[in-house]
Design a protein around this ligand. Structure first.
Ligand SMILES: [Zn+2]
Length: 124
């Protein structure tokens, strides 16, 4: 089967760990910022695209996003442990290395990712 060699897979471990460290710091910052937002001045004034751009909702959305990437990083580390890193978890095709360089936590190839986003493929 076309897959990355074990040493090739292991190369991504420190990259993912660095990512996690970065994300942890970012999340801490985001959570702090979310706590500082005054709830009374929330987004309920109907001006969602106001100049503030700092609504609690927006902030929580960012946190959710980052949390999801953290989870994806952990799953990627598990895939390295299981020696299946670098292949799409849906169709088992190789994920192009260029994609892995940009998003080392990529779980799916571009084709499957698109299908999942369109709801044509169930990632589970
Ligand atoms: Zn795929």
């Amino acid at each position: 089967m076309n897959k990355l060699t074990k040493p090739q897979q292991k190369q991504f471990r420190p990259i993912l760990l660095a990512y996690l460290k970065q994300l942890g710091a970012k999340l801490e910052h985001l959570e702090e910022a979310a706590l500082l937002i005054d709830d009374d001045a929330g987004p309920d004034d109907g001006d969602e695209f106001g100049s503030e751009g700092q609504s609690r909702e927006l902030q929580l959305g960012l946190i959710e996003n980052e949390n999801q990437i953290v989870e994806e990083c952990y799953r990627a580390l598990e895939r390295i442990r299981d020696s299946v890193f670098g292949n799409c978890t849906a169709c088992l095709d190789r994920i192009p290395e260029r994609r892995l360089e940009v998003r080392p936590y990529s779980e799916f190839c571009v084709g499957c990712k698109e299908k999942i986003e369109k709801g044509e493929l169930d990632p589970n």
